[in-house]
Structure formats: structure tokens, C-alpha cells
Design a protein around this ligand. Structure first.
Ligand code: C2O
Ligand code: CU
Length: 489
């Protein structure tokens, strides 16, 4: 595919001068990587940190020779980065400036179900929804995106998503790069395809039925991005914000990097590796070391090679892509080495689990049932620990995302999990015939009537019904009924 864009239109940091993408996924790095602005906030009379997010339509020059119609929060595409500290009370005023209902889900956040922004918290056009909660979890790279049942794929594809960074004292005490936009960089990776009018092509791939697969990568909404690096070490907060595609990130020159964090926070110690695979919704924080004046390309390699024969064969997802070029300055500011110890992670003890549940993902259903917003699939007792065993047998890639909690992986196919699965996770890739056992504590926020979701984060599968609902109840309490107005409120 040869994509040539119109030249020279400069929109601040969102500047476009031309780009070429070929079929091997090689790109010319001609646009400075856009960094989503940090969201402004204020403290209200009750001491809450207040953010404003408005979902709206827009248009952006994405190198297609004109404006591509997009959706964004407070802008044309994606949204600002929200940032809060552990212990802070936050409130977000979500305004729906679209002509159809949407919602905003805080992916990875531990919060009451009624604030979660799933399909039971729809926001009507013109309405404002103001969820609030206390941040009570470790520093992490979370994100937010719409969750309207049956339409999440479309809303995210058009551009609705953003990062939500949490901070805490233990992470602030570590010698890690932490200057946002300087040496601590959000990297939101999404694949998109364009039609002949330069609009997003939302046709689904026929093979394998994974949903929409693009041939062009956008990183923070930038095609062909480069990042100017001014320090010896740079921290990248990688978010797979794609609808269906998995990536296996590594550097083109084979250099290693330190994996320091996963979905729900920092690891106990850095893991030196050359690759990190992320399925849709997953995050990883990495620190890469640079030498003066060099350039190195972050690439994505075929993610399923050798792992899941059927997935790689039928997903169409086994292409390589150039993602981002890092360009080091002639002189780099010195940075301390990555600390050998990061944060303590208390292992959840399987012996304390109240229940083990089994989940079989196949045919766009979970345990043979498609999502029914009026049905609660099970109840979890507040303040208990559960083991969930997740398996899949069909030939399509799936992952599982659980709302409300961060979990730990106990085993993959009966074996100890690899280092990248030893930290806090909220989304995990499931490969055929390799069941994954996870463990989670459902600590707070009982509400028998308002469910949390668990689902495949390939958004087409989620929309098609590969999703279920659980409630957290007080000991001895029975689950209630989800509100009848779910769906398009
Ligand atoms: Cu990232 Cu239920 O979603
Ligand atoms: Cu799936």
C-alpha cells in the first residue's frame, strides 16, 4: 500500500509533511510524535481533583490528502492524559458531544461498578456524567475508552481513547525517568486503514473474524512518528490501543530493554528482554538506553509466530510494522541506571481462594453464553479471593479483560508464568490449549445490582457478545438485577 499525503500543513505538534507506508510495514519517520497533553484539572470544594472530558467529532489530516473524519476527547483524535495520585479523590465530568450515546470506561481502575463506565453507564447525547472515586491502587499506566454494548469497536476505531496515569509514593521514590513528554513518553499504538476518500475504513477482515485490522500504524495519532530523545534513558508507556491486532515490540537493531511495568503497575524488579508482546488493551512500561546521535526503530514483529498456529494463520495479524523511530541528540543528559528492585508485590495465595471458576472462550461466547445485559452471570463475595481458569480452543485469538481488579497470573498451561506475566495484570492473552490461571482479590465496593464486565478485548468479539457480567456482593447477599435501561440510555 502506498500512501502519499498532501504536504506542509502544520498544526502545532500535529504537523504533516508526507509519509510512505509499504507492505513490509516500513515507514518513513517524518512526523514528530504527538504527545497527548496532560489534562488540566482543578480541586473542588470537596477536595476532589476534577477533570473535564468531552467526546466530540473532528477531522484531522492523517496523510490522506485531506481531512479524515475522527472522534476525540477535547480534540480531534484520542484524548488528554489524565493523571492522579494514589489516595486522591477524582471526579471526571464526561460530556457527550456526539449525536449518539457513548460511555467512558476507566480500564484497569479499581472503583465502584456504578462509576466504571461500562454499558450500564451510558451517556446520552448532550448529557454530562460525573463519576467520582478515590484512587486506591499502585502507580500504573491505565487508559480510558468507550464501552457502549455492540458499538465499542466503532467508537474506539474513530479515535476515542486516552491514557490515565496513576502515581504513588513508592514509584516516585525510584530513580526512573518521569518527566512526561521528555523522558517518560506515552506510546498509544493503533492500526488503521483508509478508504479511497481518506476516511477510516472499518471493514472487517474476513479471515478469522478478529474484527478491523489496519495496514497503517498511528502512534498517539501520528503516522510515521519519530521521537527526539535528549536523555540516556527513556521510558515508554506502551499501550496497545488497537481493536484486534496484537504486537510483539522490539528494537530493529536487536538491543534489549528493561521491562519495568505491566497493566497494573511496576514489576518487583526489571526484566531485561528484547521483546514484549501486547494484545489489545494491554500495557507495558519499558526503559531503553540510547547512545548519542544514534537512531533506533521500535518495531513490531509477528506476535503469534510459534505460539498459536491457528491465530497466526487466520488473524491476518502476523505482519511486521515499524512503530516509532527514536532519535538521540548529540549529547544526552545522564540518567541513573534502572534500579534493581522496583516495588514489592505481595503474591496472592491460592490456598486462600474461596472459589475457582472456569471460563471457556469460543465462538464469540464465554462458556457458551453470549452477553445479555439483563443477566448477571455470577456473584463474587466482597473481600474474597478467587481463582479463574481461562481457556480457549477455537482458532481465533482472544484475550480476557476483567473490570474492577488487577489480577496475578498463577500459571500458564500448568507452568510458572514468564517474567512479563508476574506483575499486576488486567488483560491477558489466551492461546489455544494453554489454560491460564489467574487470581484476584475483590476487595471493596459491593453492589448487588450493578455489574462489572469481563470480556475479550478484541473489540469486535466483545461487541458480538464475548462478554459477561459479575456483581460483587456482601457475604450472604444475593445478586440483584441489572438496571433495565442498559444499552442505549
Ligand atoms: Cu478496556 Cu471492558 O474494557
Ligand atoms: Cu476474542
Amino acid at each position: 500500500v502506498l500512501l502519499l499525503c498532501g504536504g506542509g500543513v502544520a498544526l502545532g505538534t500535529w504537523a504533516w509533511t508526507g509519509t510512505v507506508v509499504d507492505t513490509t510495514g516500513k515507514v518513513d519517520f517524518v512526523h514528530r510524535l504527538a504527545v497527548p497533553p496532560l489534562a488540566e484539572s482543578r480541586i473542588d470544594a470537596q477536595g476532589r481533583r476534577v477533570f473535564d472530558l468531552r467526546a466530540q467529532t473532528g477531522g484531522r489530516d492523517l496523510g490522506q490528502g485531506g481531512q479524515t473524519r475522527t472522534w476525540g476527547y477535547n480534540g480531534d483524535y484520542l484524548g488528554p492524559t489524565l493523571r492522579a495520585k494514589r489516595g486522591e479523590k477524582v471526579l471526571v465530568n464526561v460530556v457527550n458531544g456526539l449525536d449518539r450515546p457513548t460511555s467512558v470506561h476507566w480500564h484497569g481502575m479499581h472503583l465502584p461498578a456504578v462509576m466504571d463506565g461500562g454499558p450500564h453507564q451510558m451517556v446520552r447525547p448532550g448529557a454530562t456524567w460525573s463519576p467520582h472515586w478515590t484512587v486506591d491502587q499502585p502507580a500504573a499506566t491505565l487508559w480510558y475508552h468507550p464501552h457502549p454494548h455492540g458499538e465499542t469497536e466503532q467508537h474506539v476505531y474513530r479515535g476515542l481513547a486516552g491514557m490515565f496515569i496513576l502515581d504513588d509514593e513508592p514509584s516516585a521514590a525510584l530513580a526512573l525517568p518521569r518527566r512526561y513528554g521528555v523522558d517518560d513518553i506515552p506510546v498509544i499504538v493503533q492500526d488503521r486503514r483508509f478508504d479511497s476518500d481518506g476516511q477510516f475504513d472499518d471493514g472487517r477482515s474476513l479471515l478469522g473474524g478478529v474484527g478491523i485490522l489496519g495496514d497503517t500504524l498511528l502512534v498517539n495519532g501520528t503516522v510515521g512518528p519519530y521521537l527526539d530523545v535528549s536523555t540516556e534513558r527513556v521510558r515508554l508507556r506502551l499501550l496497545n490501543g488497537s481493536n484486534a491486532r496484537s504486537y510483539d515490540f522490539g528494537f530493529a537493531d536487536g538491543r534489549g530493554f528493561a521491562l519495568i511495568g505491566t497493566d497494573g503497575g511496576l514489576l518487583a524488579s526489571p526484566h531485561q528482554t528484547g521483546r514484549i508482546r501486547l494484545s489489545p488493551g494491554e500495557r507495558a512500561e519499558i526503559v531503553v538506553t540510547m547512545r548519542p546521535a544514534e537512531r533506533v526503530v521500535l518495531r513490531s514483529y509477528p506476535p503469534n509466530a510459534g505460539v498459536d498456529f491457528f491465530s497466526s494463520r487466520f488473524s491476518g495479524g502476523d505482519d511486521s510494522f515499524d512503530v516509532l523511530e527514536l532519535r538521540a541528540a548529540g549529547e544526552l543528559a545522564p540518567t541513573p541506571e534502572v534500579p534493581a528492585r522496583l516495588v514489592p508485590i505481595d503474591r496472592l495465595d491460592p490456598a486462600t481462594a474461596a472459589t475457582t471458576r472456569r471460563f471457556q472462550l469460543s465462538d464469540r461466547k464465554i462458556n457458551g453464553r453470549a452477553m445479555d445485559p439483563g443477566r448477571i452471570d455470577f456473584a463474587v463475595t466482597r473481600d474474597t479471593t478467587e481463582i479463574w481458569e481461562i481457556a480457549k480452543q477455537d482458532g481465533t485469538p482472544h484475550n480476557l479483560h476483567v473490570h474492577d481488579v488487577q489480577f496475578q497470573v498463577l500459571s500458564v498451561d500448568g507452568r510458572e508464568p514468564p517474567p512479563e506475566l508476574r506483575g499486576w495484570k488486567d488483560t491477558v492473552l489466551v492461546t489455544a490449549n494453554r489454560p491460564i490461571r489467574i487470581i484476584a482479590r475483590f476487595a471493596d465496593y459491593a453492589d448487588p445490582n450493578i455489574p462489572y464486565m469481563f470480556h475479550c478485548h478484541l473489540l469486535y468479539h466483545e461487541d458480538q457478545g464475548m462478554m459477561g457480567q459479575f456483581v460483587v456482593v456482601e457475604p450472604g447477599q444475593s445478586p440483584g438485577r441489572p438496571p433495565a435501561h442498559s444499552g442505549h440510555g
